[in-house]
Ligand binder design. Sequence first.
Ligand code: NAP
Length: 240
Amino acid sequence: MARVALVTGGTRGIGASIAKALKAAGHTVVVCDVVDDQIASFQQETGIAGYNIDVSDYASVEAGVQKIEGEVGPVDILVNNAGITRDGFMHKMDPVKQWGAVIGVNLNSVFNTCRVAAPGMRDRGWGRIISISSMNGQRGQFGQSNYAAAKAGMIGFTKSIAQELANKGVTANVVAPGFILTDMTAAMPQEILDAEVKKIPVGRIGQPEDIAQAVVYLASDQAGFLNGATLSVNGGQYMI
Ligand code: NAP
């Protein structure tokens, strides 16, 4: 059945791929981001409506989702994809610019969007919440204590709300990507990227579409018995 889907951080990278794949699966998709030009060009390119919402800010999420629900319809599929990295050694990490920013955009955001969208899903008796974590949230990563903490926090949060919401037809799951080719990974030093690709059993870096297809399945009616799970999509690089 076609639903309204909101993909946060959906104008580029993995989020853009998820938005396009959900649209191809027949859903009405909207994205949000924080750069107006990027939102406008994505909308022009794909026909997918975009909204300026800062997911780290509760008031922005509340106003933005209200606008989407008024203009497009109730959000039944929520994909928490927006994320940033601000890497550095923990013992040198700036409490605000690195720790605070990463926890805000990657973890507080998930509370913000779920807190705003889940009550409507419960009332309507159907919903899908899919949050994009990371392999580095499962295993930890040198130089990424902030990012790994946020991404691991997302898993604990999801396991909790998966228990709270399921009796109203709302499931919550996590997708944990490994190395995926986007602007985020292109910013990594080439030697680190090459070394990581050598550790991937399938022998290649992941593509945004690898994540998008997992999300399309989790968003479907057929995935109703999948709840509180963390789906690792990492080519076998890290298995738990
Ligand atoms: P990306 O290319 O950097 O895209 C991130 C998106 O999030 C951008 O559209 C960005 O908007 C948006 N965003 C940032 N701050 C925001 C805010 N405050 N409010 C709303 N949107 C905001 O990243 P990606 O590689 O596609 O990653 C997508 C997700 O997958 C992230 O959560 C990331 O942690 C996760 N992930 C990625 C990989 C990988 O290998 N790429 C691996 C594991 C997990 P702007 O364009 O305005 O900056």
